[in-house]
Design a protein around this ligand. Structure first.
Ligand code: MG
Length: 265
């Protein structure tokens, strides 16, 4: 089941919605209650019929308080970056202001001469959580979305630190939907990242160095996770440059295609 965050264009109202038979239906269950409702085997409460694709605009599927990223979580990507595989998860933050939704442009900053795509699986947190064990970790997952950890690679190489190279406005496309847990199991799916229809990255989602429960538990033992927070799980091999005019697509079967045009700022 896919959960969308949409703007109903005639009324300019923003809400969550499910899509049934081509029509978006407002979800009135509170965001923080959705994962508990689904875990109990209950249905989400539905409200107004919003209409078809013509009457809604898809937004970033969450407005996170923070985006926590895992670096070097695929062996072949660590190799292509000339880095050794870390012994425990390497984490960094992207600011919430970097988040954009489907069809919004990635803006190349004038400070960067080489900006890269990094197609990733995003974990969307459904409820407040701290100090989780690996056994408890999946119970706080609302679902999964497509993400692009856009990176100013030349700045990253120069500075070692990631705050500037990964923190520019528009450097965190998310969407187009949240595939709701527990029915969506990432290990059964594939991530593909295309630039202008050419496949740059293609990987199954079952060969992380640190598993999804390990990553969630590790982060929750550092900082409290809030509903709507997103964890980016690392990128597979095949990262590369994007330039003005490129169309970047991150696709995960079962979630959809996250499409963003690249523009100069
Ligand atoms: Mg990344």
């Amino acid at each position: 089941m896919l959960l969308y965050r949409v703007m109903h264009t005639p009324s300019q109202r923003v809400c969550y919605a499910l899509k049934q038979d081509g029509l978006y239906l407002e979800v009135t269950t509170a965001f923080e209650a959705i994962s508990t409702t689904l875990a109990a085997g209950e249905q989400l409460a539905l409200g107004t019929r919003l209409g078809s694709d013509h009457e809604v605009r898809l937004l970033a599927p969450t407005t996170p308080s923070k985006v926590i990223c895992v670096g070097l979580n695929y062996r072949r990507h660590a190799e292509e970056m000339g880095k050794t595989v870390p012994e425990e998860p390497l984490i960094f933050l992207k600011p919430s202001t970097a988040v954009i939704g489907p069809e919004e442009p990635i803006l190349l900053p004038p400070q960067a001469s080489e900006t890269h795509h990094e197609g990733e699986l995003g974990i969307v947190i459904g409820k407040r959580a701290a100090g989780l064990s690996e056994q408890e970790a999946l119970s706080v997952v609302l679902g999964y979305t497509c993400a692009n950890d856009v990176t100013a690679r030349d700045i990253q190489r120069r500075e070692q630190r990631y705050t500037r190279s990964k923190g520019f406005d528009s450097f965190c496309p998310l969407g187009p939907a949240i595939a709701l847990a527990p029915s969506f199991v990432p290990g059964e799916h594939r991530l593909i990242c295309r630039v202008n229809a050419t496949v740059r990255q293609s990987s199954t989602l079952n060969d992380f160095i640190f598993s999804i429960p390990q990553v969630i538990a590790f982060i929750s033992q550092v900082m409290t996770l809030l509903p709507g927070d997103v964890i980016l799980t690392g990128t597979p091999a095949g990262v590369g440059a994007i330039v003005e005019g490129d169309m970047v697509e991150v696709e995960i079967d079962g979630i959809g295609v996250l499409r963003n045009l690249v523009r100069s700022k």
